[in-house]
Design a protein. Structure first.
Length: 266
């Protein structure tokens, strides 16, 4: 079986789906190197937080997992980055299928200027689903998984842009979930939200981790400590330390990690 095929037909053990491994992975934007020899194994069905100062490479690493960085001209990489044992940068990889399996939610919510229903149904329709009954089931299931169904069930044909910021962000999560991904990638998903909306997002992530792998970039150390099982600390494009969140925050092995989590720099 080719790497490309494996990316469409991954491992059969559902408890291991969403396993991510970087092996000596480096990344460049033109002449600027953003990541240096990253070795990192992200375990399935857990929440992994990527922390570090601005410009340290954590968002670059996150966006490398589903190759969104390739949309920027002049990028290149060395080393390996695997999803379920398959190299995601293999020349034969179906990138559309990869991005369905590793859905992305951005810092600023970005619903389409369509109805709530059409936002969630967008991915399945692109994949060829036309049965109205099936689409109805997907939309309801995805909105329920995103803890949004009860708030919008009577408003599905209204514009998504009429929702509050927190609701729009959960809608974007529902849109990603409609493709039934194995991995959910989130780049500071609550940084622009108020505390109540942030709490809802965090509670949602805690519920989702039993179903898929969650990787979250956050500048909020309290948030990383609250929601994640494991934490990776990046600094100047390098992975300084990776451990259970409890250990990394209370008994870090590296002086730079301790300085960052105690607020002495960053």
């Amino acid at each position: 079986m080719s790497a490309a095929s494996r990316l469409v037909e991954p491992k059969t053990d559902p408890t291991q789906l969403g396993t991510i491994k970087a092996k000596q992975f480096s990344f460049w934007y033109g002449e600027k190197q953003a990541l240096f020899d990253i070795d990192l194994a992200i375990h399935p069905r857990r929440i992994t937080a990527l922390i570090g100062p601005s410009g340290c490479g954590k968002s670059t690493f996150l966006r490398s997992i589903n190759r969104l960085n390739e949309l920027i001209p002049g990028t290149r990489k060395t080393g390996r980055l695997e999803l379920d044992g398959a190299e995601v940068y293999d020349k034969g990889t179906d990138v559309v299928a990869l991005r369905q399996r590793a859905g992305m939610v951005f810092q600023r919510w970005n619903p389409f200027p369509k109805s709530i229903y059409d936002n969630v149904a967008f991915g399945p329709r692109i994949n060829g689903e036309r049965n109205p009954g099936v689409l109805d089931e997907i939309v309801e299931r995805s909105l329920r998984r995103a803890a949004l169904w009860d708030e919008v069930r009577d408003r599905l044909q209204e514009s998504a842009l009429a929702l509050s910021g927190g609701q729009q962000q959960r809608l974007c999560i529902a849109r990603a979930l409609a493709n039934d991904p194995e991995v959910l990638l989130l780049d500071e998903p609550a940084s622009a939200l108020d505390p109540i909306a942030t709490q809802k997002i965090e509670e949602l992530l805690f519920e989702l981790k039993g179903e898929l792998t969650v990787v979250i970039v956050t500048h909020n150390l309290q948030q990383a400590a609250r929601v994640s099982d494991n934490t990776a600390f990046f600094y100047l494009g390098r992975l300084v330390e990776y451990d259970s969140t409890e250990r990394l925050f209370t008994r870090p092995r590296e002086e730079r990690t301790e300085a960052y989590v105690t607020g002495r720099f960053g």
